[in-house]
Design a protein around this ligand. Sequence first.
Ligand SMILES: Nc1nc2c(c(=O)[nH]1)N=C([C@H](O)[C@H](O)COP(=O)(O)OP(=O)(O)OP(=O)(O)O)CN2
Ligand SMILES: [Zn+2]
Length: 120
Amino acid sequence: MEIYKEFQFEAAHYLPNLPEDHKCRRMHGHSYRIKLYIGGPIDPAIGWIKDFADIKKSFTPVYKQLDHYVLNDIEGLENPTSENLARWIWNKTKPLLPELTRVEVMETCTTGCIYEGDDS
Ligand SMILES: Nc1nc2c(c(=O)[nH]1)N=C([C@H](O)[C@H](O)COP(=O)(O)OP(=O)(O)OP(=O)(O)O)CN2
Ligand SMILES: [Zn+2]
């Protein structure tokens, strides 16, 4: 079974590797939504896999690096596509939250990326 916790943060970015005339090469902002999925057995005494509050606590140091920043200024996010952001969040969060099974990044209401580790 999996559970998830959703987060939202505001950030600006531009995609520097796109052609000059591509609109996403210009600086613009998104209300990003992130879903972190956690897998594991249900604790029979409590009836849950992990407290949602503990997922939030573990993710907070990573979240704070993203919210209200220009993503391009962050080390490792110089080309902040959804794909690169999902992998960056995975790499930063997995050591803090070993039960992490999937990261979903939603850049707009209609677009997103799912990352499940090295071979996805
Ligand atoms: N595979 C990817 N494609 C695009 C990414 C990305 O990270 N990975 N990013 C962008 C831009 O950041 C852009 O802001 C979002 O793209 P898009 O959906 O085209 O933007 P709109 O909200 O303007 O979409 P409409 O449906 O046309 O309104 C682009 N592509
Ligand atoms: Zn964008």
